[in-house]
Design a protein. Structure first.
Length: 155
């Protein structure tokens, strides 16, 4: 399992982790080349005092990790591969969000979209740029929805 770039205490909060019940961890911050996500405790609760930071991220109900394109040979073209989304599918989300990057450079082939729909009939599939993907993901997570995403933080 890939380790986050950083895992830190959120500034200004107590040293004792506060936990809340929520299905999917929130994105706390995103900028060019960096995304920070709430950590999930061993028992599946969101820790609001700790977060992990990645270059690109895989998010799902109950967790997150670095999205390392080298694992599946992903590149901007041909884009997101079915093997990139297998981990998301395994968590059976109601919604999957795929970001195309900040500048829409990352491709999402129709074959990958078809694979998701065949693997999870009825899943809501959203493909949008990273800023919109971040906003849509957080809105659904805050509503308690089971949402998963691949977030690319650059081009």
């Amino acid at each position: 399992m890939a380790m986050p770039i950083t895992s830190r205490m959120t500034a200004g909060l107590s040293s004792r982790p506060r936990e809340m019940t929520q299905v999917s961890p929130l994105i706390t911050e995103m900028s060019w080349g960096s995304i920070s996500v709430q950590n999930v405790t061993e028992d599946g609760k969101i820790s609001t005092d700790h977060e992990s930071t990645y270059r690109d991220a895989k998010l799902w109900p109950g967790g997150s990790r670095a999205w390392d394109w080298r694992e599946t040979g992903t590149g901007h073209r041909p884009g997101i591969q079915p093997t990139d989304v297998d981990e998301l599918i395994s968590h059976k989300p109601d919604t999957i969000i795929l970001s195309r990057g900040v500048l829409y450079v990352l491709q999402v082939p129709q074959s990958t979209q078809d694979y998701i729909r065949q693997s999870l009939p009825g899943v809501e599939l959203i493909v949008e740029n990273s800023k919109s993907a971040h906003q849509t993901y957080n809105a659904k997570a805050k509503q308690g929805k089971k949402v998963a995403a691949l977030i690319h933080t650059t081009c």
